[in-house]
Ligand binder design. Structure first.
Ligand code: AMP
Ligand code: MG
Length: 408
């Protein structure tokens, strides 16, 4: 049960709601970066680099050909004597002189003495021993050693999130292991007597629990490790016991539901009993006002609202930056601005996180809403690329105006 009517109003007026920005500031102020560990390259996808990765080698390691053709000494059109071949992985061992050419494949080492490569399309009359070549400028079609990465250069900076390109670059400089931040260990508790696991039959008044699944996927996408996941009934004892267990194992504890002011909301009381110090409760945000954040030693505790959209939105706005910062990544990396392609009504009191689809245009990003925006309408998250943050006020933000967006 929730407070209704005047009682709810009283609560709303009594609680000092902080802004999203202030909430994030308090979250990030509580973050202590995690330690690091060596991770084999094939397991490093999605991890955050905890070292400046300095290359020990030049990439490419040697001057190599950009074309299939002939290595030669640059100069005017001529007929040259072909004295051998340089293939990828099998260099030609001798040096070239004017009047001589070496057949060469893309990626093969350019022989000593050669100053250019002529592509096969610009040659004629090749008969094994001789070839006629067109005029060739100095340096043509040679990829220089170190052109991509120079030995001694920082190829990837600390804090980089290791995606496909980063893993490729790390491999290209010959690294088999990378020093990465430890993945944050996250415990996830969803609370509510009404919750039933998908696959079972619903009884009267019951609903399927969706938060556990959506949040688990968000946790994984944030590079964190889900170490405990549990559904907790609405009793003080069960809430206390589940929180106590989660606090044993986690760097971050996420709970959804039960954090409001109804008689069956036990989260805040149990957290207080367990010595978790409140850093904020209540954000001037829609959806997601009843968001709680606290800290015990270095453990970050998020009490997210139970409403499925609110839970996902507040994860994104508060927990995800924390998970990035714990790993040494940029917590503000997923923000940009976009032009609204439709008018959006402002909420008079609270900042609104509107689910939007984005499209790239010549003048930057454009956003349209995903439709109905109720905090219980989980389908409003479908197809959403970002949250558009709409400042509170009267009237509407007009089409064509620019808003801050946070990518999902
Ligand atoms: P609460 O914050 O516990 O008051 O919950 C707010 C609303 O979210 C209620 O309608 C709950 O039934 C719903 N809710 C809470 N937890 C979940 C969940 N895990 N999955 C889906 N809906 C939930
Ligand atoms: Mg509940």
């Amino acid at each position: 049960m929730k407070l209704a009517g005047p009682a709810y109003r009283q609560w709303e007026d009594a609680v000092v709601l902080i802004s999203i920005e202030e909430g994030r500031r308090r979250v990030l102020a509580a973050v202590h970066a995690l330690d690091s560990e060596d991770v084999p390259l094939p397991e490093a996808h999605g991890r955050v680099l905890a070292e400046d990765l300095t290359s020990a080698v030049d990439v490419p390691p040697f001057d190599s050909s950009a074309m299939d053709g002939y290595a030669l000494v640059a100069g005017p059109a001529a007929e040259l004597e072909v004295i051998g071949e340089s293939r990828a992985g099998h260099p030609f061992e001798r040096a070239l002189a004017p009047g001589l050419a070496v057949r060469i494949s893309t990626g093969a080492a350019v022989p000593g003495g050669a100053t250019a490569v002529i592509p096969v399309e610009r040659t004629s009359g090749a008969n094994g021993d001789r070839v006629e070549v067109e005029e060739t400028p100095e340096g043509a079609n040679i990829r220089r050693a170190g052109e991509d990465v120079r030995a001694g250069d920082v190829a990837l900076a600390r804090g980089a999130v290791l995606g496909p390109a980063e893993l490729g670059v790390a491999a290209s400089v010959g690294r088999a292991e990378l020093r990465c931040a430890r993945r944050p260990r996250v415990a996830l508790l969803v609370t509510g007597d009404e919750l039933v696991q998908p696959g079972r039959a619903l009884g009267p008044g019951q609903i399927y629990t969706s938060n556990g699944f959506a949040l688990a996927a968000q946790i994984e996408d944030a590079g964190a490790e889900l170490v405990l996941s549990d559904t907790v009934p609405d009793t003080a004892e069960a809430t206390h016991a589940a929180l106590a267990r989660a606090l044993e194992t986690a760097d971050v504890l996420l709970a959804s539901g039960g954090v409001s002011v109804g008689p069956h909301d036990h989260m805040k009381g149990a957290l207080r009993e367990l010595g978790v110090e409140e850093h904020f409760w209540g954000v001037s945000l829609r959806p997601g006002k009843p968001t709680w954040f606290g800290v015990r030693e270095r453990i970050l505790v998020f009490g997210l609202p139970g409403n499925p959209v609110s839970a996902m939105v507040t994860f994104q706005l508060f927990a995800r930056p924390a998970l990035a910062a714990l790993q040494g990544a940029d917590p503000a990396a997923h923000r940009a601005s976009a032009t609204l392609d439709e008018a959006v009504r402002r909420n008079p009191r609270r900042e609104e996180a509107v689910r939007v689809r984005l499209r790239h245009a010549d003048d930057g990003l454009h956003a349209v809403t995903t439709g109905e925006q109720g905090s219980h309408m989980l389908t409003s998250m479908l197809g959403a690329d970002a949250l558009a943050l709409i400042a509170p006020g009267d009237g509407e933000v007009r089409a064509g105006e620019s808003v801050e967006v946070q990518f999902l």
